[in-house]
Design a protein. Structure first.
Length: 375
Protein backbone atom coordinates (compact mmCIF):
# COMPACT_ATOMS: atom_id res chain seq x y z
CA UNK A 1 0.00 0.00 0.00
CA UNK A 2 1.24 3.49 -0.89
CA UNK A 3 1.53 6.01 1.93
CA UNK A 4 1.39 9.80 2.18
CA UNK A 5 0.65 12.09 5.09
CA UNK A 6 -1.92 13.97 2.99
CA UNK A 7 -3.85 12.81 -0.05
CA UNK A 8 -5.32 15.60 -2.18
CA UNK A 9 -8.25 14.47 -4.30
CA UNK A 10 -8.60 16.73 -7.32
CA UNK A 11 -6.09 18.48 -9.57
CA UNK A 12 -7.86 21.76 -10.23
CA UNK A 13 -6.72 25.10 -8.88
CA UNK A 14 -7.50 24.34 -5.23
CA UNK A 15 -5.74 20.97 -5.32
CA UNK A 16 -2.62 22.30 -7.01
CA UNK A 17 -2.45 25.32 -4.71
CA UNK A 18 -2.77 23.03 -1.68
CA UNK A 19 0.10 20.94 -3.07
CA UNK A 20 2.12 24.13 -3.57
CA UNK A 21 1.58 25.09 0.09
CA UNK A 22 2.35 21.59 1.36
CA UNK A 23 5.64 21.49 -0.55
CA UNK A 24 6.62 24.80 1.02
CA UNK A 25 5.93 23.29 4.45
CA UNK A 26 7.78 20.07 3.65
CA UNK A 27 4.70 17.91 4.21
CA UNK A 28 4.51 14.57 2.41
CA UNK A 29 1.53 14.40 0.04
CA UNK A 30 0.18 12.94 -3.18
CA UNK A 31 -2.40 14.49 -5.51
CA UNK A 32 -4.86 12.21 -7.32
CA UNK A 33 -6.71 13.62 -10.33
CA UNK A 34 -9.39 11.66 -12.19
CA UNK A 35 -8.96 13.42 -15.51
CA UNK A 36 -5.97 12.78 -17.79
CA UNK A 37 -5.11 16.48 -17.49
CA UNK A 38 -4.88 19.00 -14.66
CA UNK A 39 -6.90 22.17 -14.19
CA UNK A 40 -10.41 20.93 -13.40
CA UNK A 41 -12.81 23.65 -14.49
CA UNK A 42 -9.94 25.73 -15.89
CA UNK A 43 -9.61 24.90 -19.59
CA UNK A 44 -7.85 27.12 -22.13
CA UNK A 45 -7.92 26.55 -25.89
CA UNK A 46 -4.65 27.33 -27.66
CA UNK A 47 -4.48 28.62 -31.25
CA UNK A 48 -1.16 29.08 -33.07
CA UNK A 49 -1.13 32.23 -35.20
CA UNK A 50 2.42 31.61 -36.40
CA UNK A 51 5.59 29.90 -35.25
CA UNK A 52 6.11 32.24 -32.29
CA UNK A 53 2.65 33.45 -31.24
CA UNK A 54 -0.05 31.39 -29.54
CA UNK A 55 -3.43 32.89 -28.67
CA UNK A 56 -5.33 31.60 -25.63
CA UNK A 57 -9.08 31.46 -25.06
CA UNK A 58 -10.66 30.42 -21.77
CA UNK A 59 -13.46 27.86 -21.97
CA UNK A 60 -13.92 27.95 -18.21
CA UNK A 61 -13.42 30.90 -15.86
CA UNK A 62 -11.80 33.96 -17.43
CA UNK A 63 -11.75 36.78 -14.89
CA UNK A 64 -10.50 37.76 -11.50
CA UNK A 65 -10.69 41.04 -9.57
CA UNK A 66 -7.38 41.84 -7.87
CA UNK A 67 -8.75 44.86 -6.02
CA UNK A 68 -10.71 42.61 -3.67
CA UNK A 69 -9.43 39.10 -4.47
CA UNK A 70 -6.05 40.02 -3.09
CA UNK A 71 -4.80 36.56 -2.14
CA UNK A 72 -5.27 35.32 -5.70
CA UNK A 73 -3.70 38.53 -7.03
CA UNK A 74 -0.64 38.00 -4.83
CA UNK A 75 -0.25 34.43 -6.10
CA UNK A 76 -0.46 35.58 -9.73
CA UNK A 77 2.20 38.21 -9.02
CA UNK A 78 4.37 35.65 -7.20
CA UNK A 79 4.17 33.34 -10.22
CA UNK A 80 5.04 36.29 -12.48
CA UNK A 81 2.02 35.86 -14.73
CA UNK A 82 1.07 38.71 -17.04
CA UNK A 83 -2.44 40.16 -16.72
CA UNK A 84 -4.64 42.12 -19.13
CA UNK A 85 -7.73 44.22 -18.45
CA UNK A 86 -11.01 43.00 -19.93
CA UNK A 87 -11.81 45.15 -22.99
CA UNK A 88 -14.95 47.20 -22.35
CA UNK A 89 -14.47 50.33 -24.47
CA UNK A 90 -17.44 51.34 -26.62
CA UNK A 91 -21.16 50.63 -26.79
CA UNK A 92 -22.94 47.38 -26.01
CA UNK A 93 -25.82 45.72 -27.85
CA UNK A 94 -29.12 44.53 -26.42
CA UNK A 95 -31.61 42.09 -28.00
CA UNK A 96 -34.91 42.49 -26.19
CA UNK A 97 -37.62 41.05 -28.44
CA UNK A 98 -37.71 38.37 -31.17
CA UNK A 99 -37.56 39.68 -34.75
CA UNK A 100 -36.48 43.09 -33.52
CA UNK A 101 -32.99 44.44 -34.28
CA UNK A 102 -30.60 44.86 -31.41
CA UNK A 103 -30.40 48.29 -29.86
CA UNK A 104 -27.13 50.03 -29.25
CA UNK A 105 -26.65 51.50 -25.83
CA UNK A 106 -23.88 53.03 -23.78
CA UNK A 107 -21.55 50.38 -22.44
CA UNK A 108 -20.32 50.19 -18.89
CA UNK A 109 -17.04 49.33 -17.30
CA UNK A 110 -16.71 46.90 -14.43
CA UNK A 111 -15.63 48.45 -11.17
CA UNK A 112 -13.27 47.14 -10.00
CA UNK A 113 -12.00 46.14 -13.45
CA UNK A 114 -12.21 42.53 -14.57
CA UNK A 115 -8.77 41.09 -15.27
CA UNK A 116 -7.61 38.12 -17.36
CA UNK A 117 -4.32 36.32 -17.72
CA UNK A 118 -2.53 37.05 -20.98
CA UNK A 119 -1.98 33.36 -21.68
CA UNK A 120 -5.34 32.22 -20.32
CA UNK A 121 -6.17 30.87 -16.88
CA UNK A 122 -4.41 27.61 -17.73
CA UNK A 123 -1.17 29.60 -17.29
CA UNK A 124 -1.93 29.63 -13.57
CA UNK A 125 -2.28 25.83 -13.55
CA UNK A 126 0.91 25.38 -15.57
CA UNK A 127 2.90 27.74 -13.35
CA UNK A 128 1.86 25.93 -10.18
CA UNK A 129 2.59 22.51 -11.68
CA UNK A 130 6.11 23.57 -12.70
CA UNK A 131 6.83 24.37 -9.05
CA UNK A 132 5.72 20.94 -7.80
CA UNK A 133 7.34 17.53 -7.58
CA UNK A 134 5.78 15.90 -10.65
CA UNK A 135 6.12 12.43 -9.12
CA UNK A 136 3.52 13.42 -6.51
CA UNK A 137 0.93 14.46 -9.13
CA UNK A 138 -0.98 11.48 -10.53
CA UNK A 139 -3.57 11.93 -13.28
CA UNK A 140 -6.05 9.28 -14.43
CA UNK A 141 -6.62 8.21 -10.82
CA UNK A 142 -10.33 8.03 -9.98
CA UNK A 143 -10.91 7.90 -6.23
CA UNK A 144 -13.96 5.74 -5.57
CA UNK A 145 -13.91 5.03 -1.80
CA UNK A 146 -12.46 6.38 1.44
CA UNK A 147 -12.22 3.92 4.35
CA UNK A 148 -11.66 5.31 7.83
CA UNK A 149 -9.83 2.54 9.67
CA UNK A 150 -9.32 4.45 12.91
CA UNK A 151 -5.59 4.43 12.15
CA UNK A 152 -5.88 6.60 9.08
CA UNK A 153 -7.72 6.73 5.77
CA UNK A 154 -7.46 4.11 3.03
CA UNK A 155 -7.99 5.68 -0.39
CA UNK A 156 -9.28 3.24 -3.00
CA UNK A 157 -8.57 4.26 -6.59
CA UNK A 158 -10.62 2.83 -9.46
CA UNK A 159 -8.71 1.55 -12.45
CA UNK A 160 -11.35 -0.30 -14.45
CA UNK A 161 -12.02 2.64 -16.79
CA UNK A 162 -8.35 3.24 -17.57
CA UNK A 163 -6.93 1.95 -20.86
CA UNK A 164 -4.66 -1.00 -20.17
CA UNK A 165 -1.60 0.81 -21.55
CA UNK A 166 -2.18 3.65 -19.07
CA UNK A 167 -2.55 1.45 -16.02
CA UNK A 168 -0.02 2.36 -13.35
CA UNK A 169 2.21 -0.49 -12.28
CA UNK A 170 2.13 0.37 -8.57
CA UNK A 171 -0.55 -0.50 -6.04
CA UNK A 172 -3.59 1.76 -6.53
CA UNK A 173 -4.48 2.04 -2.82
CA UNK A 174 -3.16 4.86 -0.65
CA UNK A 175 -2.99 5.32 3.11
CA UNK A 176 -3.10 8.86 4.54
CA UNK A 177 -3.50 10.69 7.82
CA UNK A 178 -5.59 13.43 6.20
CA UNK A 179 -7.66 13.90 3.05
CA UNK A 180 -8.09 17.22 1.28
CA UNK A 181 -11.13 17.11 -1.00
CA UNK A 182 -10.24 19.50 -3.83
CA UNK A 183 -13.42 18.92 -5.82
CA UNK A 184 -16.98 20.23 -5.57
CA UNK A 185 -18.90 19.04 -2.48
CA UNK A 186 -21.78 17.58 -4.49
CA UNK A 187 -19.41 15.71 -6.79
CA UNK A 188 -17.59 14.29 -3.77
CA UNK A 189 -20.86 12.92 -2.39
CA UNK A 190 -21.94 11.33 -5.68
CA UNK A 191 -18.60 9.92 -6.82
CA UNK A 192 -16.93 8.77 -3.58
CA UNK A 193 -18.20 6.23 -1.07
CA UNK A 194 -17.36 7.12 2.54
CA UNK A 195 -16.94 4.17 4.89
CA UNK A 196 -18.32 4.68 7.48
CA UNK A 197 -20.80 7.26 6.21
CA UNK A 198 -20.23 10.94 6.88
CA UNK A 199 -22.43 12.62 9.52
CA UNK A 200 -25.87 13.08 8.00
CA UNK A 201 -25.97 16.84 8.49
CA UNK A 202 -22.62 17.25 6.73
CA UNK A 203 -23.42 14.93 3.83
CA UNK A 204 -26.77 16.69 3.37
CA UNK A 205 -25.07 20.08 3.18
CA UNK A 206 -22.54 18.85 0.65
CA UNK A 207 -25.18 17.15 -1.49
CA UNK A 208 -27.26 20.33 -1.60
CA UNK A 209 -24.37 22.60 -2.61
CA UNK A 210 -24.65 23.42 -6.31
CA UNK A 211 -21.46 23.19 -8.35
CA UNK A 212 -20.59 26.52 -9.90
CA UNK A 213 -20.41 26.44 -13.73
CA UNK A 214 -21.70 22.86 -13.88
CA UNK A 215 -24.92 23.60 -15.81
CA UNK A 216 -23.28 26.24 -18.04
CA UNK A 217 -21.95 26.16 -21.59
CA UNK A 218 -19.60 28.63 -23.22
CA UNK A 219 -19.10 29.44 -26.92
CA UNK A 220 -16.04 31.21 -28.35
CA UNK A 221 -15.67 32.54 -31.91
CA UNK A 222 -12.19 33.60 -33.09
CA UNK A 223 -11.57 36.10 -35.91
CA UNK A 224 -8.52 37.57 -37.58
CA UNK A 225 -9.21 40.96 -36.01
CA UNK A 226 -11.73 42.41 -33.50
CA UNK A 227 -13.72 44.12 -36.25
CA UNK A 228 -16.47 45.26 -33.85
CA UNK A 229 -14.02 47.56 -32.13
CA UNK A 230 -13.78 49.62 -35.35
CA UNK A 231 -17.54 50.18 -34.98
CA UNK A 232 -16.88 51.50 -31.46
CA UNK A 233 -18.52 48.44 -29.98
CA UNK A 234 -17.15 46.79 -26.85
CA UNK A 235 -18.16 43.31 -27.95
CA UNK A 236 -20.54 43.10 -25.02
CA UNK A 237 -24.16 42.13 -25.62
CA UNK A 238 -27.21 40.95 -23.71
CA UNK A 239 -29.97 38.94 -25.35
CA UNK A 240 -33.45 37.72 -24.54
CA UNK A 241 -33.45 35.75 -27.82
CA UNK A 242 -30.34 33.62 -27.46
CA UNK A 243 -28.95 31.12 -27.65
CA UNK A 244 -26.31 33.23 -25.88
CA UNK A 245 -27.66 35.47 -23.14
CA UNK A 246 -24.43 37.30 -22.33
CA UNK A 247 -21.55 38.06 -24.71
CA UNK A 248 -18.13 39.63 -24.13
CA UNK A 249 -14.94 40.47 -25.99
CA UNK A 250 -12.31 37.74 -25.63
CA UNK A 251 -9.71 39.21 -27.98
CA UNK A 252 -5.98 38.72 -27.51
CA UNK A 253 -3.90 41.85 -27.15
CA UNK A 254 -1.99 42.26 -30.45
CA UNK A 255 -3.50 38.97 -31.56
CA UNK A 256 -6.76 37.42 -32.74
CA UNK A 257 -10.14 38.98 -32.21
CA UNK A 258 -12.64 36.85 -30.30
CA UNK A 259 -16.10 36.93 -28.79
CA UNK A 260 -17.43 34.56 -26.16
CA UNK A 261 -20.90 33.99 -24.81
CA UNK A 262 -22.69 32.11 -22.08
CA UNK A 263 -25.42 29.94 -23.57
CA UNK A 264 -28.83 30.38 -21.99
CA UNK A 265 -30.35 27.16 -23.33
CA UNK A 266 -30.92 24.86 -20.31
CA UNK A 267 -28.54 21.94 -19.96
CA UNK A 268 -31.42 19.46 -20.17
CA UNK A 269 -32.36 20.86 -23.59
CA UNK A 270 -28.76 21.08 -24.85
CA UNK A 271 -28.41 17.33 -24.34
CA UNK A 272 -30.69 16.80 -27.34
CA UNK A 273 -28.96 19.35 -29.59
CA UNK A 274 -25.81 18.50 -31.55
CA UNK A 275 -22.70 20.61 -31.12
CA UNK A 276 -22.79 21.57 -34.81
CA UNK A 277 -26.37 22.85 -34.57
CA UNK A 278 -25.69 24.81 -31.40
CA UNK A 279 -22.59 26.40 -32.94
CA UNK A 280 -24.63 27.36 -36.00
CA UNK A 281 -27.20 29.13 -33.84
CA UNK A 282 -24.43 30.96 -31.99
CA UNK A 283 -22.89 32.13 -35.27
CA UNK A 284 -26.27 33.31 -36.50
CA UNK A 285 -26.71 35.33 -33.33
CA UNK A 286 -23.32 36.99 -33.74
CA UNK A 287 -24.28 37.95 -37.31
CA UNK A 288 -27.53 39.51 -36.02
CA UNK A 289 -25.54 41.51 -33.51
CA UNK A 290 -22.25 42.37 -35.19
CA UNK A 291 -22.93 41.97 -38.92
CA UNK A 292 -21.81 39.67 -41.73
CA UNK A 293 -18.15 39.82 -40.70
CA UNK A 294 -19.11 37.53 -37.81
CA UNK A 295 -20.46 34.82 -40.10
CA UNK A 296 -17.24 32.88 -40.68
CA UNK A 297 -14.99 32.68 -37.62
CA UNK A 298 -11.48 31.33 -38.14
CA UNK A 299 -12.03 28.96 -35.23
CA UNK A 300 -14.86 28.27 -32.81
CA UNK A 301 -15.06 26.38 -29.53
CA UNK A 302 -17.96 25.07 -27.48
CA UNK A 303 -17.53 23.79 -23.94
CA UNK A 304 -20.60 22.28 -22.29
CA UNK A 305 -19.74 21.78 -18.63
CA UNK A 306 -22.95 19.86 -17.97
CA UNK A 307 -21.47 17.00 -20.00
CA UNK A 308 -18.31 16.80 -17.89
CA UNK A 309 -18.68 13.78 -15.56
CA UNK A 310 -15.89 15.04 -13.28
CA UNK A 311 -17.66 18.40 -12.88
CA UNK A 312 -21.42 18.02 -13.14
CA UNK A 313 -23.84 15.69 -11.37
CA UNK A 314 -27.46 15.00 -12.36
CA UNK A 315 -28.58 17.49 -9.72
CA UNK A 316 -26.33 20.18 -11.22
CA UNK A 317 -27.65 19.63 -14.73
CA UNK A 318 -31.18 20.40 -13.57
CA UNK A 319 -30.08 23.27 -11.31
CA UNK A 320 -30.43 27.01 -11.84
CA UNK A 321 -26.70 27.69 -12.10
CA UNK A 322 -26.55 30.15 -9.21
CA UNK A 323 -23.72 30.50 -6.69
CA UNK A 324 -24.36 28.44 -3.57
CA UNK A 325 -23.55 29.36 -0.01
CA UNK A 326 -20.46 27.61 1.32
CA UNK A 327 -21.16 24.45 3.35
CA UNK A 328 -19.11 23.48 6.38
CA UNK A 329 -15.83 21.88 5.19
CA UNK A 330 -15.32 19.19 7.85
CA UNK A 331 -16.93 17.01 10.48
CA UNK A 332 -16.82 18.42 14.01
CA UNK A 333 -17.25 15.09 15.78
CA UNK A 334 -17.14 11.37 15.16
CA UNK A 335 -14.63 9.24 13.26
CA UNK A 336 -14.22 11.73 10.41
CA UNK A 337 -13.19 14.61 12.67
CA UNK A 338 -9.68 15.96 11.99
CA UNK A 339 -8.99 13.67 9.04
CA UNK A 340 -11.05 15.08 6.14
CA UNK A 341 -11.37 18.66 4.87
CA UNK A 342 -13.15 20.15 1.86
CA UNK A 343 -10.99 22.69 0.01
CA UNK A 344 -12.74 23.02 -3.36
CA UNK A 345 -13.86 26.50 -4.38
CA UNK A 346 -17.45 25.95 -3.19
CA UNK A 347 -16.16 25.59 0.37
CA UNK A 348 -14.88 29.17 0.42
CA UNK A 349 -17.07 31.47 2.52
CA UNK A 350 -15.57 34.55 0.83
CA UNK A 351 -15.70 33.61 -2.84
CA UNK A 352 -17.68 30.36 -3.25
CA UNK A 353 -17.29 29.02 -6.78
CA UNK A 354 -14.78 31.63 -7.93
CA UNK A 355 -11.09 31.16 -8.72
CA UNK A 356 -10.31 33.20 -5.63
CA UNK A 357 -12.47 30.78 -3.64
CA UNK A 358 -10.21 27.89 -4.64
CA UNK A 359 -7.19 29.77 -3.27
CA UNK A 360 -9.05 30.82 -0.12
CA UNK A 361 -10.42 27.35 0.70
CA UNK A 362 -7.13 25.58 -0.04
CA UNK A 363 -5.08 27.94 2.11
CA UNK A 364 -7.48 27.60 5.06
CA UNK A 365 -7.54 23.82 4.69
CA UNK A 366 -3.76 23.54 4.72
CA UNK A 367 -3.40 26.07 7.53
CA UNK A 368 -5.77 24.08 9.74
CA UNK A 369 -4.29 20.63 9.19
CA UNK A 370 -3.96 18.69 12.47
CA UNK A 371 -0.54 18.55 14.12
CA UNK A 372 -0.37 14.81 13.50
CA UNK A 373 0.24 15.52 9.79
CA UNK A 374 3.40 17.45 10.59
CA UNK A 375 4.95 14.70 12.73
Amino acid sequence: MNKASVVIIGGGLSGLYAAYLLEKKGIDYVLLEARPTLGGRIVTAKLSRDYTNIDSFDLGPSWFWPDYQQQLARLIAELQLETVTQFEEGDMLVERLPDMPATRTQGYKSSPPSMRLKDGMAALIEALYLRLDASRILTGHVVCQLNNTGQGIEVEVASKDMPEQDMPEQDMTWHAQHILLALPPRLAMTSIKFNPALPSNLSSQWQQTATWMAPHAKYVAVYDTPFWQKQRLSGAARSAQGPMVEIHDASVVDGSGALFGFIGVPASVRQDVSEAVLKAHCRAQLVRLFGVEAEHPDREYLKDWAQEPFTATDADVSGDGQHASAPFPKATSGVWENCLTGIGSEWSTQFPGYLAGAIDAASIGVQNLPKSVFS
